[in-house]
Write a protein of this length. Structure first.
Length: 379
């Protein structure tokens, strides 16, 4: 239709449908006013055709699923560094031999898929080659996608039209979320983004600045609190974090808050102190609210690669993690860390950070993740 109205690409003269009747000319007086140079839009007069052209452009440029588009954009570097390299290997290598497996191993390891997940992927691909008697490598790309889906516990379920927040947040109670992670991973920023998500869904949120080890951490949370319009319970630098949490619980109850998010310190260089501090915070929470915390989320910096796996291991020993937040995924070509973490720990990745904006914390779902990773559409 558009070609008929505005000309085929490469032509300088538009093809116009049959001349309308006098009545039609009165109702629709507009037509392309000037010939457009190659590669440029036709210049249209105001009216029906201009409106149709703009509506068609908008429809063509509007993402079918903005959520998928955000994930796809955020995984650009990982797709180029992992899947595109694997696809090129399978296509160019041709036959299946030991050299193929060695090169595949190098790609997976350098993309931070992790040793355990890499071994699992290659072992399963070897079995598929035997079972299906494959002689060429190209069909293995789709097989690898299926294997990755299994590692990510993807059961083939469709993504809901509206991403469902995977948090254990229930109406009628004060829900407590404990945010843990090494300083510098994006923990406080992720706390702010999560606050924005919860507040946009109608929840009243209060923040607790329990990272009293650094004055900067308290100040940063106070700034976010002002921007987001939420109360921040805090004390001076060096105060007892558990005391801050105690005050925050009572303030949240008095102000009838729905969610209390506790931002904690993360100092792995003093692991013993960290463990005791978190245990003390949890004791205070459970004394005031028997089933709290309802969520303990570990924030990991995706750009740190295998260090993120080590941090997950340490914090899981200390904090009884219920979920992971993988921040800065858009800034790395090593998004394979999602696979590594999913393979090693039975802890769900609940959110991924795909940008610096307050809206850029996305619910993690394996289907759009895999589709975006493999350069597919969201359909």
């Amino acid at each position: 239709m558009l070609k008929k109205l505005f000309g085929k690409k490469g032509s300088t003269e538009a093809e116009v449908p049959a001349v309308p009747s006098a009545e039609e000319q009165t109702a629709v007086p507009d037509a392309p006013s000037e010939e457009a140079p190659e590669g440029e839009e036709p210049k249209l007069k105001k009216g029906f055709l201009r409106g149709a052209w703009e509506a068609t452009k908008k429809l063509a440029l509007t993402p079918v699923d903005p959520w998928f588009e955000a994930v796809a954009k955020g995984l650009d570097k990982t797709r180029a560094g992992l899947v595109n390299k694997v696809a090129s290997l399978f296509k160019m290598h041709g036959k299946v031999d030991e050299a193929l497996w060695e090169e595949l191993e190098d790609i997976l390891i350098t993309s931070d898929v992790g040793t355990a997940a890499t071994e699992k992927i290659i072992d399963q691909l070897r079995e598929i080659v035997k079972e299906k008697k494959l002689t060429t490598a190209e069909p293995l790309l789709e097989e690898m996608r299926t294997i990755l889906g299994a590692v990510l516990n993807y059961d083939g379920a469709d993504v809901p039209e509206e991403p469902v927040d995977p948090l254990n947040v229930e109406p009628g109670r004060l829900n407590v979320i404990l945010m843990v992670g090494v300083n510098g991973t994006g923990k406080t920023t992720s706390t702010a983004k999560l606050t924005h998500r919860l507040k946009s869904k109608g929840h009243k949120v209060i923040l607790a600045a329990a990272d009293t080890f650094r004055a900067a951490a308290i100040d940063q949370l106070l700034v976010w609190g002002t921007r987001l319009g939420v109360d921040v319970i805090h004390q001076n630098e060096g105060s007892d974090p558990a005391a801050v949490v105690f005050d925050a619980v009572n303030a949240a109850k008095a102000r009838k808050a729905d969610v209390l998010i506790v931002d904690t310190a993360g100092r792995l260089h003093s692991k013993v102190n960290l463990m005791e501090e978190l245990r003390k915070i949890r004791r205070v929470l459970t004394r005031e609210i028997p089933d709290a915390p309802h969520e303990t989320l570990l924030v990991l910096d995706a750009t740190t690669g295998q260090n993120a796996v080590n941090q997950a291991r340490t914090f899981n020993e200390v904090a009884n993690l219920t979920g992971l937040v993988l921040a800065k995924l858009d800034g790395t070509a090593k998004g394979g860390i999602v696979v590594a973490i999913s393979q090693e720990f039975q802890i769900p990745v609940k959110y991924i950070g795909l940008g610096e904006k307050i809206e850029d914390l996305q619910v993690f779902h394996p289907k759009p993740f895999l589709s975006a990773l493999f350069g597919e559409t969201d359909g």
